[in-house]
Design a protein. Structure first.
Length: 376
């Protein structure tokens, strides 16, 4: 800052040397240049000169700030005006002094601010030391109080031991209140473990009871399922047995069918019966005429072979009809025939057999009616 001030003063002296009309007091400024460094170290209130300018613009007077810049006269690129005191005034020098004074004022404000901050820091340090001293005092008081309580506890424990020993007649171990923190933590940990184990045992007992009840329910369900499966199997077996019995009834030999029809209605063909009756009515000198017996047997064999061929033909037709049937179709056919669906091929064979037997029964029925018509 001092160097800046000295530079400003040197520039001012050079300006006075180059100017045509030096300002009053320039000689004194040059004579006192040596002692400027010692005098500038002190802060002196500075008062800037009044900024009064006179402008000559068309012979009129303009007193505002811009009036002096309209009608000034230039000489060697510098503006010099006569001050009210009769001399010329340098406004650039005034601006420099204003700048210097502003810098010095800022410096003073910074120093003042630093002083205030230092004072605050000192106050904080003092407060910190006071609080630390109070904490130390409180800690000492607490420690003394704890020691006093421990001494009182020992006295009470001793007296309690004496009283218990005198009453019970034996030594009694009373736990110390001033036992180490590790022992306290271990004891608390053991207590927590015992509590947790009790909770776990209670939960396990509940789960065990629930498990036993679930096992009983599971056994009952298994028994019910097994009974249902057995009943289903029995029903299926009975259904299949009924189907087989129906098929056997439909596929009885012709002689049996004719005997049942003889008992109920007029026989369809009386020739074999009459032959048998005639043979039986003849006197049995011997075993009978073998030719007649052979003839009757041949007629019966022909009829049986014809029936077997017709049954085989019906079976082939029904198997051919159901050979390409799908599962859905077979389910429907099994439901219609009253049997249980087991497998696709087996169901095809069963349905084909039942329907072939039905066709064969119808054929036998129609043949019996035709024989009766022929006899009539």
């Amino acid at each position: 800052m001092i160097a800046n001030i000295q530079g400003a003063v040197d520039d001012d002296s050079q300006y006075h040397n180059n100017s045509l009309l030096p300002a009053p007091g320039a000689a004194s400024a040059s004579s006192h240049g040596a002692s400027s460094s010692s005098t500038l170290n002190t802060l002196v209130p500075y008062q800037a000169p009044m900024n009064r300018r006179t402008g000559y613009s068309g012979g009129g007077h303009n007193g505002d700030n811009n009036g002096g810049y309209r009608g000034y006269q230039e000489f060697n690129g510098q503006r010099n005006q006569r001050s009210w005191g009769g001399g010329f005034h340098n406004y650039d020098r005034d601006a420099r002094f204003d700048k210097i004074y502003g810098l010095l004022e800022e410096q003073a404000e910074e120093r003042e601010q630093q002083k205030q901050e230092l004072a605050k820091l000192e106050l904080l340090e003092v407060e910190k030391k006071r609080l630390q001293a109070e904490e130390e005092k409180n800690a000492r008081d607490r420690k003394e109080k704890e020691l006093q309580e421990s001494r009182l506890g020992k006295i009470v424990k001793t007296s309690m031991n004496v009283v218990c020993e005198s009453v019970l007649g034996k030594m009694v171990d009373i736990p110390d209140d001033d036992e180490p923190d590790v022992c306290k933590l271990r004891r608390e940990l053991e207590e927590l473990k015992v509590q947790e184990l009790e909770k776990v045992c209670a939960v396990l007992e509940d789960r065990g009871a629930e498990r036993s009840s679930l096992k009983a329910e599971n056994l009952n369900l298994k028994k019910d399922i097994q009974g249902k499966e057995a009943s289903d199997k029995e029903a299926q077996m009975l259904t299949e047995h009924m189907v087989r019995m129906g098929a056997q009834l439909l596929t009885k030999p012709q002689g049996t069918i004719r005997r049942s029809s003889v008992r109920k209605t007029t026989p369809r063909n009386l020739r074999p019966v009459l032959n048998a009756m005639r043979i039986n009515d003849e006197p049995s000198d011997g075993d009978g005429d073998p030719r007649e017996l052979a003839k009757t047997k041949a007629v019966d064999d022909d009829e049986h072979n014809l029936e077997q061929e017709q049954l085989h033909r019906f079976q082939e037709e029904c198997r051919k009809d159901h050979r390409q049937a799908k599962k859905a179709d077979m389910l429907k056919h099994c439901e219609e025939e009253g049997i249980t669906y087991t497998k696709l091929d087996q169901s095809r064979a069963d349905v084909a057999e039942i329907r072939a037997r039905r066709k064969f029964a119808d054929w036998l029925k129609s043949r019996g009616i035709r024989d009766n018509d022929e006899e009539d």
